[in-house]
Ligand binder design. Structure first.
Ligand SMILES: *Cc1c(COP(=O)(O)O)cnc(C)c1O
Length: 448
């Protein structure tokens, strides 16, 4: 047990230890950002790097031709899920209140939100090496990174990463495509099909019996001892974070196209599943730069792995893990099975995040089933954590209090639920998710 950090609210601690799903509001929101916070210019640079990479990506991946090499996802209206959930949770929609899904489960190539952070970091690394070797000039288009000369150069370098699965997939796929030697350290939760897929692309996969932090630590140690090796550090990488933050600009454009205004009387709510915090933290950071106080961001975490909640509720930056408060970190949401939040991200979220709600395994499967039945969308369990965010906000005592304290009128509110992964999941696995979800759904409707 870490003696200098703790959660002082005994009621909250008891509910967390009980694995009870709950909504927690961050009462430090609005405090100053730390001095080392990324700037708006840093985020803009990441956006520009994706622009410079578009031709390159379209060349490497023919399936990106239709989007001219842009790694992006749709913003989809989900009225049927909204209706089902409003009814089920005895909530009611206000006038012109709308739910959307940000469909990162269908992001091309990597099939998860990790395409954003992971691809950005590998592209930034390749760009840096290419500049150092006079293959491209700073700010030049990156199409030359596909040249034989560049590939030969990259093949001298190694890229390593530790992951619960999806980050390994994204880093491994992009690094191998550019010619790097890639090694992925996978934690115990990582699914076999993710390892198989990487190996089929020539990526070296090392399996660990330990958790996510152990896999990251193993990768970090090996990388330090290896010359010409870059370690993608999910626990503290600014490049990953900026890749996620770069998503915000396009979301703003998509909202405009959908005729959704965001201002004081048209609030925007965003719900994102959280593992170590990089992806949801980057998205929150990017959206806050554009929408400020008019966007309210909530993270969804498993009841057994609420690492961001635990860190923020300790009110300090001394590391506090879910193990420290007696939780197991055992969850069906493999992408969210993280015991300790990123120390790059948690201090930023202290000033920006509205709150965190926790999700049981049953709820994950129920959500998976609900969105398949209503919108015909197939997700993986981690992605399903966010789906009931709006009803959680509207029906929980804490959520009500938040709306009251911020004088929020939900008429004209837009809710964006971020779906973070699923399109690469093998069919048998998806089928199993649905069967499990159906039985849980039917059992819970019997009780109601
Ligand atoms: C990684 C992941 C997340 C969370 O991202 P973090 O950066 O770990 O917080 C959410 N959903 C899925 C499917 C993921 O793979």
């Amino acid at each position: 047990m870490n003696s200098s950090a703790a959660i002082s609210d005994p009621q909250l601690l008891a509910r967390l230890r009980d694995y009870s799903p709950l909504m927690w509001i961050n009462d430090e929101k609005g405090c100053a950002l730390p001095d080392n916070a990324p700037s708006a210019e840093d985020v803009a640079q990441a956006q520009k790097r994706f622009e410079r990479s578009a031709q390159l990506l379209a060349l490497i991946y023919p399936q990106l031709a239709s989007t001219q090499g842009h790694i992006e996802s749709d913003l989809i209206e989900i009225p049927h899920l909204q209706q089902l959930m409003e009814e089920e949770y005895a909530s009611s929609a206000e006038e012109n209140e709308k739910w959307f899904l940000k469909a990162d489960h269908a992001l091309p190539i990597a099939g998860s939100i990790k395409a954003r952070g992971g691809f950005h970091e590998i592209l930034a690394l390749a760009e840096r090496i290419a500049i150092e070797n006079n293959i491209v000039k700073p700010d030049e288009d990156l199409i030359k990174l596909a040249s034989t000369e560049a590939k030969a150069l990259f093949s001298e370098y190694k890229v390593m990463v530790g992951s619960t699965g999806n980050l390994g997939l994204s880093i491994g796929i992009m690094a191998a495509a550019l010619g790097f030697q890639a090694t992925v350290h996978m934690s115990v939760e990582a699914k076999q099909w993710k390892k198989d897929r990487l190996r089929s692309r020539g990526v070296n996969v090392i399996e660990h019996s330990g958790d996510y932090a152990a896999a990251v630590a193993a990768g970090r140690t090996e990388a330090l001892a290896t010359p010409k090796c870059h370690f993608v550090d999910d626990e503290q990488s600014v490049l990953l974070f900026l890749g996620y933050a770069a998503s915000a600009q396009y979301v703003a454009e998509q909202l405009k196209k959908a005729n959704r205004i965001v201002d004081e009387t048209h609030p925007l709510f965003v719900y994102v599943p959280c593992g170590v915090g990089g992806a949801p933290g980057g998205i929150t950071y990017g959206l806050k730069l554009i929408f400020g106080d008019n966007v309210h961001c909530f993270f969804a975490e498993p009841v057994a792995s609420p690492c961001m909640l635990v860190q923020l509720a300790s009110k300090g930056n001394t590391p506090l893990s879910v193990y420290d408060i007696g939780l197991s970190n055992q969850t069906e949401a493999d992408g969210l099975a993280v015991a300790l939040a990123s120390h790059l991200v948690s201090p930023l979220m202290r000033s920006q995040l509205s709150g965190v709600y926790t999700v049981s395994n049953d709820q994950l499967y129920k959500n998976l089933y609900s969105i398949k039945e209503t919108e015909h969308i197939l997700l993986e369990p981690s992605a399903a954590a966010s789906l009931h965010g709006p009803v959680e906000l509207k029906t929980s005592h804490e959520g009500h209090q938040y709306l009251h304290d911020h004088r929020i009128d939900l008429r004209n509110a837009t809710h964006i639920i971020w779906s973070t992964g699923g399109s690469l999941v093998p069919e048998e696995e998806l089928k199993r998710f649905q069967e499990k979800g159906k039985s849980i759904f039917e059992r819970s409707s019997d009780i109601n």
